[in-house]
Structure formats: structure tokens, C-alpha cells
Design a protein around this ligand. Structure first.
Ligand code: TRP
Length: 456
């Protein structure tokens, strides 16, 4: 009964689209290229791929298993499986992390709206030098009123969808648009690699230089793998909770992970050739994608058309991700505190807007939040990106593996994963990964970072 009143995906395809919608977003198209650029390219990419395989896929399956079994939000799920323990606090950390990520993600998502508007009005789409593009970008992000307004607008869109509920709101938005996004990315990738000097970009992206690997590079690669797959905070617990009993869950989870990784690589194949071609520094930081992309459209026939199509799809990809972030927090208040969905969406979305304001002011809008926030050497938004998007997700993923591997147990997780009768290929491999490999890998990275204090 619970499932009927909470809502459910219409089927496996509905789930794959919604979960892929959550996973695919600015993490792939904005965060992956700039983090790869800052961390030296190929070696980072290799580490990232390794973490997707070794940590990402097992954790996807672990989260989905918990979600399908309990049909609850992250806190409720732990309460249902192990009542009267401290484990539900791990779910609580996840809910908080979702809120934290949403508070800076919405700022970047707001930028995509401005780029969309610029494409429609003809600012982007024609020939543009990297300097001109950089000037426009700096103006945009440094304008306090505009940044705050765009953040609010994006959160408003998110609230409206989440308010509508799981299958109606979320599924419908994703169904048509994901394939379109893929198509336009492939097209841009072809254009980019054929730009003069583009090959150099591919070499940077795919040829590992192992001397570039440091503790913080490894940490960033782990954080990126988790962030991109929407893992470590219970988003997949929540999405798995709406998964129909009779469908093949392991297969759906693995497909989502593969699809997400492919889109990130595709984004890299677009950005790096283009940036070498127009002469932008790969380690330019968070603005990288926003500065580089406008220069590609001008070199395409019907550039304005492609610019409009691309920025609308990017905004939608961001929206299907912010939906999943807000959904986790809303599901918690709906399930655990008996709030009505619409009220929860408005209150939490509104609060998130207030918390997002310093992030919106952190790229020049207010000196205090920009550049060197409280002596950390970075701006407020970047700091949040690292705290929630790298550390909190890593701790969440670690605890999740410890929980499934050592408390709940692999056999129970397998029962949940295989409850439709579809068997998982290599169940003992999954057991070894969740019990030993993931916790060890994540702990080593975390301990190394803490001991060497490479971050701040
Ligand atoms: N994965 C999304 C992206 O790549 C962002 C995101 C949505 C997320 N939900 C999440 C990240 C949950 C971590 C946890 O853009």
C-alpha cells in the first residue's frame, strides 16, 4: 500500500530515465571538465574511471537495494532496517548534504538560464573570442542581483516539479529530453575534435601523466565519481524506493552508471579540444565550460540554433538533478514528519534559496564570499562544492558500504536487488567490493587527505 500512495516509476525505463536525469547534470558538463582541467587531465580521468568502477557501481547497487527494500527516504530507510541505532544519522547526513549541494548547484544552474537567454537574444551563437566570452561571464557572475535572481528562478522551477510528485513531475520531464541531450553532445563533440589544434585537447584528456597525481587529485577523482553518479547521500535510496518490485534493478542501476560516465567523457571530448583550439588555460577553474563553449557555436553553421538547443538542454539536465536533490529532503519531511508534499517543497526550497545567497555572491558579487572566504583560499561556492560534494559524499559512501557489508549484510542486499527474479551477474564480486574494496579505498583517500592536509 505504501508504494501506491508514495508514487512509483511507471516501469524500468521510467526509473532509468529519472535516475539518469539525476545523475546527468552540471556534474558531467561543468564539474567534470573543470576538475579534470585543474587536476592535470589524463591521470585524473583514469582515477575517476577507476572510482566509478570500483566504488561507484557497488555503491549504486547498495543504495538501490536499501531503497527498494524499505521504500523510504534515507533516514526512514535506516530506521526501518536497524531501528534504535545510530545508523539513521547517516541518512540524516545525507539529507543535509542534499540541501548543501542544492544550495550551490542552484547558483550554477541559474547561470545556464542566463546563457539560454543570451543564446535566444543572439549574444551567444555567433563568432566570439575567448576574451569576449570571459568578459561576459565575469559580468554575469559578478552581478549580485542577477545571480541571486537566477538562483531563485531555478529553485522555483525545481519546487514546481517536485511539488507535482514522483512519476508525474520527474519522469515526464526526462523522457524526451535525455536522448536529445545525447544527440546534441555527440554533434558538438564531432565539431570540437575537428577544430584546428583540437587533438592536443584529446591528448591532455586521455594521456595520463602519473607525476600529476597527488592526494588532492585522488580525492577530487573520488568526489567526482560520487557526485556525478548522485551517490553518497541517499538520492539513489530515494529513487530506488519508487522502483517497481517486478523489474530488473541491478541492470537498471548499471545502465545508469554507464550512461552517466559516457556523458561526462563526451563533455570532456567537447571542452578540451575547444579550449586548446581557442587558447584557454585548462586549469581556469569553475568558469571553464561557460567561457569555452560560446566559442564553439560560432564555428558551427546555424550556431545560434545549436546554442539555444544546447543551453536549453543543459538547463533541463541541471533541473532533473536539482529535482533529485530537493526530492531527497522533501521525501524525508513527507515520510518522517508527515508534511504534505507541496508544503515541504515550498518551505525547503525557500530555505535553500536563503542559504544559496552567499554562494550566489561568491563570484565577485560580495567581496567577503569571493576569492578567499575565511582564509580557506577559495570562494564560498567552491568551498561548499568541496565540503558537500567531495567530503560529505565520501563519508556517506563509506558508511553506506560499512552498513550494507557488515550490518545489514550482503545476502539481504542481494535479496532486495534480485527480488524481481533477475539475477545479478557476479554477486560475490559485489560482496567483496562492498565489504572490503570500497571501504578501504575511500578510507585510505580520506585518511591521506586529513594527514597530509592537502586541501586547505
Ligand atoms: N549527479 C548530479 C550531476 O552530476 C548532481 C546531483 C544530483 C547529485 N543529485 C545528487 C550529486 C545527489 C550528489 C548526490 O550534476
Amino acid at each position: 500500500m505504501a508504494s501506491a500512495s508514495r508514487g512509483q516509476w511507471s516501469g524500468k525505463t521510467g526509473f532509468i530515465l529519472a535516475a539518469a536525469g539525476s545523475a546527468i547534470g552540471l556534474g558531467n558538463i561543468w564539474r567534470f571538465p573543470y576538475t579534470a582541467g585543474e587536476n592535470g587531465g589524463g591521470a585524473f580521468v583514469l582515477l575517476y574511471l577507476g572510482f566509478v568502477l570500483v566504488v561507484g557501481i557497488p555503491v549504486v547497487l547498495a543504495e538501490l537495494a536499501i531503497g527498494r527494500q524499505t521504500q523510504k527516504n534515507p533516514v526512514g530507510a535506516f530506521k526501518a532496517l536497524v531501528p534504535n541505532t545510530l545508523w539513521p544519522y547517516i541518512g540524516g547526513l545525507g539529507v543535509l548534504t542534499g540541501f548543501g549541494i542544492l544550495s550551490f548547484y542552484a547558483v550554477l544552474a541559474g547561470w545556464t538560464l542566463s546563457y539560454l537567454w543570451g543564446a535566444i537574444t543572439g549574444v551567444y551563437g555567433g563568432v566570439m573570442t575567448a576574451e569576449a566570452s570571459n568578459d561576459l561571464f565575469t559580468q554575469l557572475i559578478g552581478n549580485p542581483g542577477l545571480s541571486i535572481g537566477l538562483t531563485g528562478a531555478f529553485l522555483l522551477l525545481t519546487i514546481v516539479v517536485v511539488k507535482g510528485g514522483v512519476s508525474k513531475g520527474i519522469e515526464r520531464t526526462t523522457k524526451v529530453l535525455m536522448p536529445l541531450l545525447l544527440a546534441i553532445l555527440v554533434l558538438l563533440a564531432i565539431r570540437s575534435v575537428t577544430l584546428p589544434g583540437g587533438m592536443e585537447g584529446l591528448v591532455y584528456l586521455f594521456q595520463p601523466d602519473f607525476s600529476k597525481i597527488t592526494g588532492s587529485v585522488v580525492m577530487s577523482a573520488l568526489g567526482q565519481a560520487l557526485f556525478s553518479l548522485s551517490l553518497g547521500m541517499g538520492a539513489m535510496i530515494t529513487y530506488g524506493s519508487y522502483f517497481p518490485k517486478e523489474e530488473n534493478l541491478p541492470q537498471a542501476g548499471i545502465l545508469v552508471a554507464m550512461f552517466d560516465t559516457m556523458i561526462a567523457l563526451l563533455a570532456g571530448i567537447i571542452i578540451f579540444p575547444a579550449l586548446f583550439s581557442v587558447g584557454v588555460d585548462p586549469s581556469a577553474g569553475p568558469g571553464l565550460v561557460f567561457v569555452v563553449l560560446p566559442s564553439i557555436f560560432g564555428s558551427l553553421p546555424a550556431g545560434q540554433f545549436f546554442a539555444i538547443a544546447f543551453y536549453s538542454l543543459l538547463a533541463i539536465a541541471a533541473l532533473t538533478s536539482t529535482i533529485s536533490l530537493l526530492e531527497v529532503v522533501v521525501a524525508y519531511f513527507v515520510d518522517e514528519k508527515d508534511w504534505n508534499r507541496s508544503r515541504a517543497a515550498w518551505i525547503i526550497g525557500g530555505l535553500c534559496f536563503l542559504v544559496a545567497i552567499p554562494s550566489a555572491l561568491s563570484s565577485g558579487g560580495a567581496e567577503m564570499f569571493s576569492t578567499n572566504f575565511m582564509g580557506t583560499g577559495m570562494d564560498f561556492l567552491s568551498l561548499n562544492n568541496i565540503i558537500w560534494g567531495n567530503f560529505s559524499l565520501s563519508i556517506g559512501a563509506l558508511m553506506l558500504c560499512l552498513f550494507v557489508g557488515w550490518k545489514w549484510g550482503i545476502p539481504a542486499a542481494l535479496v532486495s536487488l534480485e527480488s524481481s527474479g533477475h539475477k545479478l551477474a557476479g554477486p560475490s564480486l559485489l560482496g567483496v567490493a562492498i565489504k572490503f574494496i570500497c571501504p578501504l579505498a575511500v578510507s585510505i583517500v580520506l585518511i591521506y587527505i586529513i594527514v597530509t592536509q592537502q586541501y586547505f
